[in-house]
Design a protein around this ligand. Structure first.
Ligand code: ZN
Length: 396
């Protein structure tokens, strides 16, 4: 068989054109073909052909006519946000969060449930599949409108082959996730690491819609991070770029599970903040949560203030290293600590932007995640939409 490159190129161009049209319509909601042609620089026949196909697929519809200065009134084409749906599933170390979203990433329905250490990944995945079936039924969603299910996982993910390489907090290593669990669903499944999924969420739905370079920091029990460069997720050769949580910030510091010493997450994660605080109180009580800590900080308790100051120094040191290595537009702080943004940001900025020869406060923007606890799950729900909506981002 002779391989026809020409046909392949044409298919690719058509695919990109359709995504461009759909993206533009999603932004503007409704437009005439003439307006699309002007903005996208495509001919009216090209726009018409593509619109016809998009209408056949039920993604857009004709809706009324626009005013005209003479001649035939142009037809308005309308974007249909509920034409397709996607599921995002965030599996963290203790619970599962499922969202059903439409093409605008509006959450139509969501559920959260905990799981125990006794449950295997097989058990958890079975439960997730059952819940998704229930949601489709309850919400009366036509099965063919569901484009897929995106999973956000707490570990190193090879999204190309669909493998979960390692998730030490779940005790999982080398799981062929896609192979093993695809049969649970009648639609395609996609996987990504939780911080990378959150970074995608921030890129498309959160703070970084304009400027496309960002580092997302998920500050929870550990520190995960996701890097976006010029709108592309950067994962590196072995899919583990941005393991900033394991940068050594203290020479000969504490021993880390990873085999190194002085790792950043041993000093700047939520867990380390709370354990530092518990140590000064000489108490190890379950009531000492982040809420309790920030309450004591508000009450100006001395121990809390001292620990907070120390913690911020550690957190700032790692962020300074990230600014020096990547110079991103945004550093987005997510994870549990991001719920306390008003405590965090002003004092953290002071510590990060100390006088130095390289950067000033205006150079890089430090923000708290706009999507907060939904960043990873919304990012995961975007994964199945790639084939439909996104033409300009990939994984590097
Ligand atoms: Zn480490």
């Amino acid at each position: 068989m002779v391989f026809n490159w020409n046909t392949l190129d044409q298919e690719m161009i058509k695919d990109i054109n359709q995504k461009k049209i759909l993206q533009l319509l999603q932004k503007r909601r409704e437009m005439t073909k003439q307006e699309m042609s002007q903005i996208l620089g495509l001919s009216i026949p090209t726009i018409s052909n593509n619109i016809n196909e998009l209408m056949k697929e039920g993604l857009v519809e004709e809706g009324g006519v626009a005013d005209s200065t003479g001649g035939r009134k142009p037809v308005i084409i309308r974007f249909l946000p509920d034409a397709r749906f996607s599921f995002g599933v965030d599996i963290s170390t203790q619970h599962v969060h499922i969202v059903l979203t439409n093409l605008d990433s509006q959450i139509r329905h969501q559920v959260k449930f905990p799981f125990s250490r006794m449950e295997t990944i097989e058990d958890i995945m079975k439960k997730i599949a059952e819940r998704i079936q229930e949601i489709i039924k309850e919400q009366q969603i036509e099965g063919k409108k569901v484009v897929g299910i995106g999973f956000s996982l707490p570990g190193t993910v090879n999204e190309e082959i669909g493998n979960l390489e390692m998730a030490p907090n779940l005790g999982l290593y080398h799981i062929s996730f896609k192979n093993r669990f695809s049969s649970f669903y009648s639609v395609p499944i996609y996987i990504e690491n939780e911080a990378n999924a959150a970074a995608l969420g921030e890129l498309h739905l959160g703070v970084a819609k304009q400027m496309q370079n960002l580092v997302y920091l998920s500050i929870k029990e550990g520190i995960g991070s996701g890097i976006v460069i010029q709108g592309h997720l950067y994962k590196g050769k072995n899919k583990r770029a941005g393991e900033f949580g394991h940068m050594s910030i203290i020479a000969n510091g504490k021993y880390c599970n990873c085999g190194r010493k002085g790792c950043w997450e041993l000093y700047a994660s939520v867990q380390s903040l709370l354990s530092l605080y518990k140590k000064t109180l000489l108490e190890d009580e379950p009531y000492i949560t982040l809420d309790y800590f920030f309450h004591q900080l508000d009450e100006k308790e001395q121990e809390a203030q001292k620990i907070w100051n120390m913690y911020l120094e550690y957190l700032a040191t790692g962020i300074q290293d990230i600014i020096l290595s990547l110079d991103p537009h945004y550093i987005v702080i997510g994870g549990d600590i991001s719920l306390y943004g008003e405590h965090l940001l002003p004092s953290l900025k002071q510590k990060v932007f100390v006088p130095n020869s390289f950067y000033e406060e205006e150079d890089n923007t430090l923000v708290v995640s706009a999507l907060q606890e939904n960043a990873s799950v919304l990012g995961a729900s975007l994964l199945p939409l790639h084939n439909l909506l996104f033409y300009n981002d990939s994984v590097l």
